[in-house]
Ligand binder design. Structure first.
Ligand code: CAA
Length: 385
């Protein structure tokens, strides 16, 4: 595998870094306290092409590859993982799925405004009683005599939930067919019977927006079906394969942000008559943290490059997410340890990394689910070889 970045990769990484340092960092601490959504930042990201990075220019996107995307998500998440997930969901879980499975009419109507950042999207699979066991969708979509569907049910933990304009909603259209009876629908905020819940008060990624949604006889016409009737579960899974690469990059950003702070602090803090980075115990910690970050980066780049080369990336994406989220927790914990007591208070900013890291082991498939996906895929590959 070629690990060389192209000029485009470097330019996008640097542009994202500059944007994060100039436009995001100043409000990150306050938004973490208040939970305020970064509306203006998201608007600017849209204007710069970061909300539809991989979408073809034909539909208003930036037409970039997945490597550019992960480099940008890492840089943004290094400064603020809340902004990272808002961006990741819109790019991976909303724009990608409409571009891949939508009709031209749906692309014009939904994808273009989402890819240009004029509108925001959400992906709605989880339910109050359905998380990891995603085949068991309880939300129903019942076919009416005029060809429309009535949607009833509830969705939970929806990123961008209160702020989104368009929602991709998975619902059961034919319970007898189990997961082959699930269908994906495009739903707009404000449709009669569609209720948006209150923003959740979370441990981390506090300025991102997470809520539950309710559907009571929401009437949806057939032109809002994404893909075909019964194709919804496959769409949901394929979308998450790409989404997991984005979340892995978010986790990597959290880890590398915590690492930067730990290294910087290790020069400033003196103990036993010298900077603490001259103490072997701190050097060993920094070395371990760096190895984990670089290993996670390699797994993420491998998954991104497989996706760009149209090769299988199910296992690679799950491995990248599993490992990057694990090391984000470990690196954030060690970054706090390097800071000692100062790491435990908000002023030194590393405690936020630990709070933000935890969700990367949960959403877009828990670490336990990633183990299942990796094991099944590797056994399949072994059998086929
Ligand atoms: N890619 C493509 N297809 C996949 C797939 C994948 N990664 N995983 C499963 N499938 C397909 C299977 O091939 C199978 O297809 P057929 O029936 O046509 O052969 C079908 O899906 C069902 O799969 P299984 O038989 O393996 O079903 P299972 O119940 O044993 O396992 C699961 C399914 C892998 C556990 C799946 O339910 C899963 O991935 N769960 C996790 C759900 C998840 O990630 N939720 C995150 C919520 S979204 C979120 O967090 C967004 C946010 O806002 C940040």
């Amino acid at each position: 595998m070629n690990f060389q970045y192209s000029d485009d990769h470097i330019a996008i990484r640097d542009a994202a870094r500059e944007f994060a340092e100039n436009e995001i960092v100043s409000s990150a601490v306050e938004r973490d306290k208040t939970g305020e959504f970064p509306t203006e930042i998201v608007q600017k990201l849209g204007e710069l092409g970061f909300m539809g990075m991989m979408v073809s220019p034909e539909w208003g996107g930036a037409g970039l590859d997945t490597v550019c995307y992960v480099l940008a998500i890492e840089e943004i998440s290094k400064i603020d993982a809340s902004v990272g997930v808002i961006m990741s969901v819109n790019n991976s879980l909303v724009c990608w799925v409409i571009e891949t499975f939508g009709s031209d009419e749906q692309k014009e109507r939904f994808l273009r405004p989402l890819a240009t950042g004029q509108k925001l999207g959400a992906y709605c699979l989880s339910e109050p009683g359905v998380g990891s066991d995603a085949t068991q969708q309880a939300t129903t979509a019942t076919l009416q005599s005029d060809g429309s569907y009535l949607i009833n049910g509830a969705k939970n933990w929806i990123t961008n939930g209160t702020k989104a304009d368009h929602y991709i909603v998975f619902a059961q259209t034919d319970p007898a067919k189990k997961h082959h009876g699930i269908t994906a629908f495009l739903i707009d905020k404000g449709m009669p019977g569609f209720e948006v819940g209150l923003k959740e008060d979370k441990l981390g990624i506090r300025s991102s927006d997470t809520c539950s949604l309710g559907f009571t006889d929401v009437r949806v016409t057939a032109d809002r079906i994404l893909g075909t009737v019964g194709q919804g579960f496959k769409i949901a899974m394929e979308t998450l394969n790409g989404g997991r690469i984005g979340i892995a990059a978010q986790a990597l950003g959290i880890a590398s942000g915590a690492m930067d702070k730990a290294v910087r602090y290790s020069f400033e803090r003196y103990a036993f008559g010298k900077p603490i980075n001259q103490l072997q115990t701190i050097q060993f910690k920094l070395a371990d943290m760096q190895v984990k970050i670089e290993a996670a980066r390699m797994l993420i780049l491998r998954a991104a490059r497989n996706k760009d080369a149209h090769e299988s990336y199910i296992k690679e994406a799950a491995m990248a997410k599993l490992y990057a989220s694990k090391i984000a927790m470990e690196v954030a914990t060690e970054a706090i340890q390097v800071h000692g007591g100062y790491g435990y208070v908000r002023e030194y900013l590393v405690e936020r990394a630990l709070r933000d890291a935890k969700i990367t082991e949960i959403y877009e498939g828990t670490s336990e689910i990633q183990h299942i996906v990796i094991a099944r895929q590797l056994l399949k590959e072994y059998e086929a070889s």
